[in-house]
Write a protein that binds this ligand. Sequence first.
Ligand SMILES: NC(=O)c1ncn([C@@H]2O[C@H](COP(=O)(O)O)[C@@H](O)[C@H]2O)c1NC=O
Length: 548
Amino acid sequence: MTHASAPTSPTAAASTPDVVPVRRALVSVYDKTGLTELATALAAAGVEIVSTGSTAATIAAAGVPVTGVEQVTQFPEMLDGRVKTLHPRVHAGILADRRLPQHVATLAEHGIDAFDLVVVNLYPFAATVASGASADDCIELIDIGGPSMVRAAAKNHPSVAVVVDPASYGDVAAAVSRGGFSLAQRRTLAAAAFRHTASYDVDVASWMGEVVAPEEGASFPAWTGATWERAAVLRYGENPHQAAALYVDGAAAPGLAQAEQLHGKEMSFNNYVDADAAWRAAFDHDEPAVAIIKHANPCGIAIGTDVADAHAAAHACDPVSAFGGVIAANREVSAAMAAQVAEVFTEVILAPSYEPEALEILKRKKNIRVLVVAPPVRGGVELRPISGGVLLQQRDAIDAIGGGGGDDPASWTLATGEAADPATLRDLAFAWRAVRAVKSNAILLASGGASVGVGMGQVNRVDSCRLAVERANGLDTTDGSASAERARGAVAASDAFFPFADGAQVLIDAGVRAIVQPGGSVRDAEVVAAAEAAGVTMYLTGARHFAH
Ligand SMILES: NC(=O)c1ncn([C@@H]2O[C@H](COP(=O)(O)O)[C@@H](O)[C@H]2O)c1NC=O
């Protein structure tokens, strides 16, 4: 197959000038921030400014000479501003490759003056959508002329400089006063310009697919896009031989990637992964809650009357593993909690805020990273890359997703045993929420609003049960030696049903007094019978909480 009309480059022999002097600029901006200062600087350097409607009016009002674009095109702005700059006198002036004599001759033949600088920022489409404006109003804010000029100037960066960000106006003034932009600067500006129009088009395409033309019956769009900007180059990735960087999604609600770091060394790749798990775990609870995470799993998680109380209980679950952990609190960190945290080597602490005294205490520890993070958005969609693609799913938050069963014990079914008293039911409800922060197969034993044993990430459920019991019983929380027997009298939560009675039996034999699990196994009757035989209360939630 041939592509007969694909243009070939006529520039093979042309050399690209390094500095291109700026004699004529096209300025068309929605956001007028810094415009007057920019225009003043351009005019002072003898640059002719051509400009559109209200941009020209703003420049003129500042007493700076400006030529209206309609004088250039000899056409009035028309169709409510849909056509202002879309004209050969504008676009040939931007696109002529000044390295080529034939392009220069063509401009001369048609009496068109070239532009050396294009300054454009676009209609605020995403902000208009976010404001809840009508579809017609959103459509009107899809900028057409702006991206056309930006792309044209970016393509023609050997001859033209393009600026899309008011934050760069200072650099423009400096470059113009030095005689023009260097080729390296023009290339950098062009790359930024294409990023700008690309992310603008992702916003438009997403909205078109999801709002204007959604596919009937489809719960996920036919196409999805996002753009990420590099926020930090990390020291290394999961291991020292892997390079890594942090990117932020400018369109997403602020989260961990936008955290404010108040203290400590730079975050590592693994710090981010663990902090994300900690954040999700802590904010799955309505009461003051603290999660201590190691390798993306909680080694302690608790609720309490306040965060100090919750932290003490979470730490007591597994003080050995808590060493070097990542701690998240779902409330402001108090001085009392900070004092406790300062006693233990901790990689990262994250919270919505810190009491000033708490911050002082934490800042005395050289190695701890202290982050302020906005509370997570409940619900929404999460992405998981796989080779060659990406999986999308609704985030696991049964209360946010809705639909029967789940977090509220009132919706559970008592499968066997006596109905739990209020304190036991509170523990079961806590354990049920906490277990979904544990990687599958997950078993979490709890007592008094705190985990006392966690079995995580095993490839069969019976091993997770054994691990949870071992963790609960194998540690004395005061000296770390003798058996603490904490499984006896605790409650247990299982993130998914017991496929056989064996796992439940391990918990029952260890003395748990109540178990909450989804139910739904073909062998539910055997599992319930094992609990019944031991007089253990068992609730079925009807919902599963795998976390892989
Ligand atoms: N239609 C056009 O020819 C056109 N040319 C430039 N614009 C945009 O109009 C805005 C500036 O207009 P004004 O100077 O009137 O405020 C800029 O955001 C620019 O991207 C246009 N507007 C929309 O497409």
